[in-house]
Ligand binder design. Structure first.
Ligand SMILES: [Zn+2]
Length: 485
């Protein structure tokens, strides 16, 4: 029962269906006064009821028969003093040390909430938080978790939707360790959360980590947000910045959506209504060409052929597919060649939205192309970590205190024990729920977009997408099925 608590003697165990009570005590020992060292006579024992790790559904209480002594020395001001057994419980604590460790494990690995754990231990929220907080603070203050980081991801994270005046900035900047382990797998860990979404937030954090940490960072992945890029340029001079593949693909998909809405307005004078051909294909346009079924291809063809003006939508879609294909190619050199073609052609495209995307990508040229020279470094695991801490926040029904939130979300050092924020490389393909707050706030789900997995599965279709019309040329041959054979 109380394995690992050496020096404690179990006097009795009482069990009912709903609870278990374990009475423990320490064996007799000669005790000297902690102040003056004079041998102190016993003042007897007092029962102290502690909350321990639940055993199945049963609540476990540890009744500790705590010893008391009294210093007999008249000149010593000590008076009575109590026994301390830190392996059992912290001074003045009501939750056993073991239960505190259990609660932190549940918090970290199982996304349990303080409220839920407090219920299981039959203590108040505050009693449990007071017990776990010092340990969480110790873990958060442990700088050893920053050791050995060679690849760093950054992303913003919206932590509340409340009043800015009382809760401060909505956004937090989250730093994630994207370093690969010996097996080449990314073990993403949340390193820290700092308030704000700005160059300053990231740059200050990098500054505070010290020169050794900064010198160790070889690759830094980021979203197309200029502030973070400026912080990387500022603080990480020798680091390769990599624009996140997922966000680039998302920009392409957003362009298709914009063109579709504009053409819809131009041709009908109103937003898409039920039965409008362009509205009918809006989800098809977000998908990858290689994922479309024959039926979807037929719907796409019908909708595009319904009106000559719809050709522009199709061309924009082809451009987005070109962008996507660069990432999906299994051969990195070929991918880079395609990405360079995108950079060379998009900005001259007569479709204004595509041209704007082309200009954006040219501004991010080095970071965009770095994906192909850094072995597909990307921010996917950062987004996954973001999703997990968001899940955590939702389960807890939000946090009122930013520091508590940061403490509850922080990760232990690398290689310690499996933790909730360790995500392998494989689940990078988006799950059905989009974890990205910005995408959600725009009402778009990421599920149709693909972070390139390490292996390109459907090479038969994606491989041939190079036969799509060049993005610059509007006079494309209208062979909608060209990508499928
Ligand atoms: Zn004394």
């Amino acid at each position: 029962m109380l394995l690992g608590l050496s020096g404690l003697h179990v006097e009795s165990v009482e069990r009912t269906d709903a609870s278990m009570t374990v009475t423990v005590s320490t064996p007799w020992q000669l005790m000297g006064c902690p102040d003056c060292g004079v041998v102190a006579p016993s003042r007897g024992r007092r029962r102290r009821v502690l909350h321990d790790v639940p055993h199945g559904d049963a609540r476990v209480r540890v009744v500790w028969r705590q010893r008391f002594w009294r210093c007999p020395e008249a000149a010593c001001g000590r008076g009575s003093f109590a026994e301390h057994v830190p392996v059992l419980v912290a001074a003045r604590g009501s939750i056993t040390t073991r239960a505190v460790a259990w609660a932190i494990g549940q918090l970290r690995r199982e996304h349990a909430t303080i409220a839920g754990l407090a219920r299981r231990l039959a203590v108040s929220w505050w009693a449990l938080w007071r017990a776990v907080r010092p340990e969480l603070e110790r873990l958060a203050g442990d700088e050893s978790r920053f050791a050995g980081v060679t690849s760093l991801g950054v992303d913003e994270h919206v932590w509340h939707h409340g009043d800015l005046r009382t809760k401060g900035p909505k956004e937090l900047t989250g730093m994630v360790d994207l370093t690969r382990d010996e097996q080449g797998k990314v073990r993403a860990r949340l390193l820290d959360l700092v308030p704000g979404r700005s160059k300053k937030a990231y740059a200050d954090w990098l500054e505070a980590r010290g020169a050794d940490f900064r010198a160790g960072i070889g690759v830094a992945a980021l979203d197309p947000f200029g502030g973070y890029k400026a912080a990387i340029d500022d603080q990480l001079a020798d680091t390769v910045a990599v624009l996140d593949a997922f966000h680039v693909v998302k920009l392409g998909t957003a362009v298709v959506d914009e063109v579709r809405r504009r053409v819809q307005q131009d041709t009908t004078g109103h937003r898409g209504r039920k039965g409008d051909p362009l509205l009918g294909i809006q989800t098809i346009l977000r998908a990858g060409a290689e994922n479309l079924t024959d039926n979807q291809w037929a719907r796409l063809t019908r909708a595009i052929e319904a009106n000559e003006a719809h050709e522009e939508v199709f061309l924009a879609w082809q451009c987005a597919q070109d962008l996507r294909a660069a990432y999906r190619t299994s051969d990195l050199a070929e991918g880079r060649r395609r990405a360079e073609k995108v950079l060379a052609t998009f900005h001259t495209c007569p479709i204004p939205e595509v041209a704007r995307l082309g200009r954006t990508l040219r501004r991010w040229r080095d970071a965009f192309l770095a994906y192909f020279t850094t072995g597909r470094a990307n921010n996917g695991p950062t987004e996954a970590v973001n999703g997990l801490i968001e899940l955590h926040r939702r389960l807890a029904r939000g946090y009122r205190n930013r520091d508590n939130y940061r403490l509850a979300c922080s990760s232990p050092p690398a290689g310690s024990r499996p933790d909730p924020h360790q995500i392998g490389e494989e689940p990078l393909k988006r799950a059905s729920e989009c974890s990205h707050s910005r995408a959600r706030s725009r009402g778009r789900c990421c599920s149709m977009m693909l972070i390139p997995a390490s292996s390109t599965t459907s090479s038969t279709r994606s491989g041939s997408s190079s036969t799509l019309a060049a993005p610059g040329s509007r006079s494309s041959t209208r062979t909608l099925r060209c990508t499928s054979n």
